[in-house]
Ligand binder design. Structure first.
Ligand code: COA
Length: 255
């Protein structure tokens, strides 16, 4: 296991551990409940650049028993119209969502506002009973503009997304599990992280080209199906790795 802590801002907001097959990035501002500030956004961009260069599964989690209690309200307070249009968090979370390999969020404690939106940008989410996830933005006089209005409804359906975004309803871990917002519940944050690592190990056994193609197809707009599926499959049908994996299966069956 290597650390490439160069991604941590001087304040050490994002700790990145390279496990070779996958990377764990820990949001680490526990005294501020891991509120996402500009340093953290910069570090996320650096991390994305690394994962775009050398694609691997990314696990996101937070230190101190919380994922992230939102965008940093002290910084949001100072931002004006031009900053909103620049989409500081929106672009970073979209870059995370578009990473070539899967992103897994291990969620515990508060995942609110921008913290929830970062979680919605992941492909796979696991949680704990202590999870509290939702979007209180309208209570602060703003909207959830970093992905919640389109990603949340595609995860939990329009009805629950509308209730959460319009009424500020925060889901417990059990409610998030019932809604499919997290696909597993684990006893503690440590267990959730271990489960995310297990998923990352499983992904590492699969063909990365097929995993990346699956992700591209999953993220493609509805109107691009099935053409995009067939184009991706056509390319994989010619791949030596597909031949190798399928021949291996057939050989095994012959024995
Ligand atoms: N932005 C900036 N600072 C935040 C923050 C955020 N989103 N969330 C928490 N913090 C800071 C607090 O200001 C406090 O800092 P201080 O100790 O310097 O005063 C510290 O983190 C601890 O927060 P505190 O409220 O004392 O902890 P708590 O455990 O009692 O409550 C929360 C935790 C998450 C319920 C509460 O902090 C909260 O409501 N945060 C804001 C949630 C939110 O509206 N997020 C959406 C933002 S778009």
């Amino acid at each position: 296991m290597n650390d490439f802590t160069s991604l941590s801002a001087p304040g050490g907001a994002l700790h990145v551990h390279d496990h070779d097959d996958y990377i764990i990035a820990t949001l680490d501002r526990p005294a501020k409940r891991n509120a996402i500030d500009q340093d953290l956004i910069n570090a996320l961009h650096e991390l994305c650049a690394e994962l775009e260069r050398r694609p691997r599964t990314l696990i996101l989690h937070g230190s101190g028993g919380n994922f992230a209690a939102g965008a940093d309200i002290a910084q949001l307070h100072e931002r004006r119209a031009e900053d909103a249009r620049a989409g500081i968090n929106t672009h970073a979370f979209s870059r995370v969502a578009a990473l070539p390999m899967p992103v897994i969020a291990a969620l515990d404690g508060y995942a609110l506002g921008g913290g929830a939106e970062l979680a919605y940008a992941a492909d796979i989410r696991v949680g704990t009973p202590a999870l509290r996830i939702g979007n209180p933005e309208t209570g602060l006089g703003i909207i959830a503009a970093a992905g919640a209005t389109w990603r949340l409804s595609s995860i939990v359906g329009e009805a629950l997304a509308a209730e959460m975004l319009l009424s500020g309803r925060i889901l417990t871990g059990a409610e998030a599990f019932s809604a499919g917002l997290v696909t597993h519940i684990h006893d503690s944050g440590e267990d959730a992280l271990a489960a995310a690592e297990k998923i990352a190990h499983r992904i590492a056994l699969l063909d990365p080209a097929a995993t990346r193609a699956t992700k591209r197809v999953l993220l493609a707009p509805r109107e691009s199906h099935p053409a995009i599926d067939l184009a991706e499959q056509a390319s994989l049908f010619e791949s030596p790795e597909k031949m190798r994996r399928m021949s291996e299966f057939l050989e095994r069956k012959k024995k």
